[in-house]
Design a protein around this ligand. Structure first.
Ligand code: PEP
Ligand code: MG
Length: 322
């Protein structure tokens, strides 16, 4: 099986009828970035920066962060590197950041909410990202966005720091693309509004499924409700992709569902432009995409989107899986 996948090395990622998409890797470290290259990934679609903050007992300095982001850019040799700003809170705690215990941490002070409230922490990371942007195709991605004001605030900060660098003569890309993760129902339902101001979308199906279904995956008693095959989640994803495409921005997916061979034909039909998967899944995902032609997936998607339940949708997709 592994040898069979080797024939996809060096190939473009295309459907059977020639629609090309981008196939990136998700990384959490520089070692993972090398694994993306080793598995012939076309870029990094999600760099989870939390590891930099988890490893030590103190905040990584601007210099330390810069070096990590710069290395990722250099390892990818000019290919896109989408770096997500700090996504802590929820289930990810970092002792020295001083997060308080909350009743509902997944509905609380996490990700962009934390960063916008802690300008000291955020400034350090954004400055490091801006400096790294001089060394490759670095793009900045904002997690857990619920509305366009958050994106505007991030852009205003980036503009301010880029102006500082300009005065200091430090190289950076002041037009660094800024995109949003679509992983809350609020963002999904207002994707058309967000698309006017975001440079790209990336659908975070892990959180989007949890928040749409109002299910904590860590809770054994309700986990059975957690399914990306639920009509609510599938409709949400379909409309997000449509909104992004209508606005002319790229729409990627970086949650687990991007690599699910049962769901890939749906994403093809919806017009997803970029898939970001774990390095180990890159070639298998390229192989799955190659097995489908867009017209076949449209017929299938029509049936699946008429399903009443997650298991109906699952069974329809399972029966034709390639
Ligand atoms: C997601 O929510 O789908 C996602 C990619 O982010 P994370 O898994 O890091 O929360
Ligand atoms: Mg997420």
């Amino acid at each position: 099986k592994k040898e069979a996948l080797q024939r996809f090395v060096g190939k473009k990622t295309v459907t059977a009828d020639g629609c090309q998409v981008e196939l990136f890797g998700n990384i959490g470290s520089l070692e993972d970035a090398r694994a993306v290259v080793a598995n012939d990934g076309e870029g990094v679609g999600l760099f989870r920066t939390e590891f930099l903050f988890m490893d030590g007992g103190a905040m990584p300095t601007e210099e330390e962060q810069f070096r990590a982001y710069q290395q990722a850019a250099l390892i990818m040799k000019g290919r896109p590197v989408i770096i997500r700003t700090l996504d802590i809170g929820g289930d990810k705690d970092i002792p020295y950041l001083g997060l308080e215990k909350e009743e509902n941490p997944f509905l609380g002070f996490r990700a962009i909410r934390y960063c916008l409230a802690r300008e000291d922490v955020f400034r350090t990371q954004l400055r490091a990202l801006l400096r790294a942007s001089a060394y490759g195709d670095v793009r900045i991605m904002v997690p857990l966005v619920t509305g366009v004001e958050e994106l505007r605030q991030v852009r205003a900060l980036i503009r301010r720091y880029a102006e500082e660098f300009d005065r200091e003569g430090v190289a950076c890309n002041k037009d660094v693309p800024v995109g949003v993760m679509i992983e809350t129902p609020a963002a999904a339902l207002t994707a058309d509004i967000l698309a006017r101001e975001a440079d790209f979308f990336s659908i975070g199906t892990n959180d989007l499924t949890g928040y749409t279904m109002a299910v904590d995956r860590g809770n054994d008693r309700v986990r059975y409700l957690y399914s990306t095959f639920h009509p609510a989640v599938l409709r949400s994803i379909r409309s997000v992709i449509a909104a992004g495409l209508a606005a002319g921005i790229p729409v990627g997916m970086c949650g687990e569902a991007a690599a699910d061979p049962l769901l890939v034909p749906l994403w093809i039909s919806f017009g997803l432009t970029e898939y970001s998967v774990s390095p180990a899944s890159i070639l298998a995902t390229r192989a799955t995409i190659a097995k489908w032609s867009a017209s076949d997936t449209d017929k299938l998607a029509g049936k699946v989107m008429a399903a009443s339940t997650p298991s109906e949708a699952y069974d329809l997709l399972k029966a034709v899986a390639r």
